[in-house]
Write a protein that binds this ligand. Structure first.
Ligand code: GTP
Length: 370
């Protein structure tokens, strides 16, 4: 069975991490998010995958190519302008002749795809939508089900007194190719606001597959943090890169960790990192390949991307640092701050309270303190 993954969005809510990188390529425990998805599909023997690309398409194509190094066959459906989740599926119509799956390319889940496909077939559905329960559905689009889990309707962000269901769209669908005729070609449309209500109105067999599987949308910075943490603490399952050096400490080859360094897992370190003397690293933390952590620095629950250079006696707590960023001596980056890629921050700065620094910026020594 073929699958299409929607990876063309701009990821505006995740900025500044997505200034130079499409959201599906942001690293989750040192591997692009999309690699985790591809692995999940492979576990269910889905290896013929179409990527619907638009924003920064080269970053995706250069990494994945034809998919052979990842054990899958990849094709690309390219949009010149964003066609939305519906238009993007329609744009891939030439590849979709049989029953197919559609995935939002920013949702991590261990959903049982094999079961979902069986459910779709057993119900003789034309469309099936995966659903996940949430505690508070008021900030989501809720899906109402009738008998035999047939989709009855959708309520966008219901007020507390209008809550009739706590099931929300989990961003995975199974479709029969004939539903494609209901999506207009060449224009922007959303599955959620176009095709889905249309299927209900036309009384086309459309079912909800309710699953308690792990589910997380990485669209917002807090959830980006959460997914990294959940994988590191084993709450969600994925293969961690590297070899275990001790309990909960995973290192890829070529890391140089000074014997005075204190490590408290879970920690994952990419290839060729250098950790200088008297550094303390507390997990859950991820450090990307080629990063250098200067003498006496403290890293505490941080996500550090590749080739980051941290000076001496610096601190990074509960924050993300993007690729190739340089942080000066004694600088603090704390409290859910996000420093994008290719940033240079001088020494003696205090970056706190969820500060965001855009890609390519330079901040002088002692310029920021709260
Ligand atoms: P925000 O700008 O933060 O809303 O993010 P987004 O638009 O990238 O993601 P959203 O959650 O709105 O979309 C869900 C999924 O659909 C993501 O994986 C997006 O990459 C993808 N997507 C959204 N719009 C388009 C589009 O116009 N074309 C394609 N191919 N994919 C899209």
């Amino acid at each position: 069975m073929k699958a299409i993954i929607l990876v063309g969005g701009e990821g505006l809510r995740l900025r500044p991490l997505t200034c130079n990188l499409p959201k599906p390529m942001v690293p989750i425990v040192n591997r692009p998010f999309l690699e985790h998805m591809v692995e999940h599909l492979k576990r269910h023997h889905i290896i013929d995958i179409i990527l619907a690309i638009c924003y920064l398409p080269d970053r995706i194509q250069q990494h994945f190519g034809d998919g052979s190094s990842f054990g899958v066959k990849l094709s690309y459906a390219v949009e010149q302008t964003p066609l939305g989740t519906g238009g993007a599926v329609k744009n891939a119509e030439q590849f979709l002749k049989d029953t197919f799956l559609v995935f939002n390319g920013d949702i991590f889940s261990d959903l049982d795809l094999t079961e979902m496909i069986k459910f779709h077939r057993d119900h003789k559905a034309k469309a099936t939508i995966a659903l996940t329960p949430v505690k508070d559905p008021t900030s989501y689009g809720v899906v109402e089900l009738g008998g035999q889990s047939r989709v009855k309707g959708f309520i966008e962000k219901p007020s507390p007194e209008r809550i009739t269901s706590n099931l929300i769209n989990a961003g995975t669908y199974v479709f029969e190719p004939d539903v494609l005729a209901l999506i207009p070609a060449g224009v922007r449309s959303m599955l959620e606001r176009g095709l889905f209500p249309d299927l209900v109105q036309r009384d086309i067999p459309f079912y909800g597959f309710n699953s308690p599987a792990y589910w997380l949308d990485i669209g917002k910075p807090d959830d980006y943090f959460k997914l990294n943490h959940d994988l590191l603490i084993g709450k969600a399952v994925s293969r961690l890169p590297g070899k275990p050096m001790a309990d909960d400490i995973w290192l890829e080859e070529g890391c140089n960790v000074h014997h005075s360094v204190k490590l408290t897992g879970p920690i994952v370190m990419g290839r060729g990192c250098a950790i200088e003397q008297n550094v303390e690293i507390l997990g859950p933390t991820v450090i990307g390949a080629g990063s250098v952590i200067g003498q006496g620095s403290i890293i505490d629950e941080a996500i550090i991307w590749q080739n980051v250079k941290l000076g001496k006696n610096a601190t990074v707590r509960n924050s993300v640092i993007g690729d190739n960023t340089v942080i000066g001596d004694g600088t603090w980056v704390n409290d859910s701050s996000i420093i994008s890629d290719n940033v240079t921050i001088g020494s003696g700065n205090k970056m706190e309270h969820g500060i965001r620094v855009w890609a390519g910026k330079t901040i002088a020594d002692n310029a920021i303190s709260f």
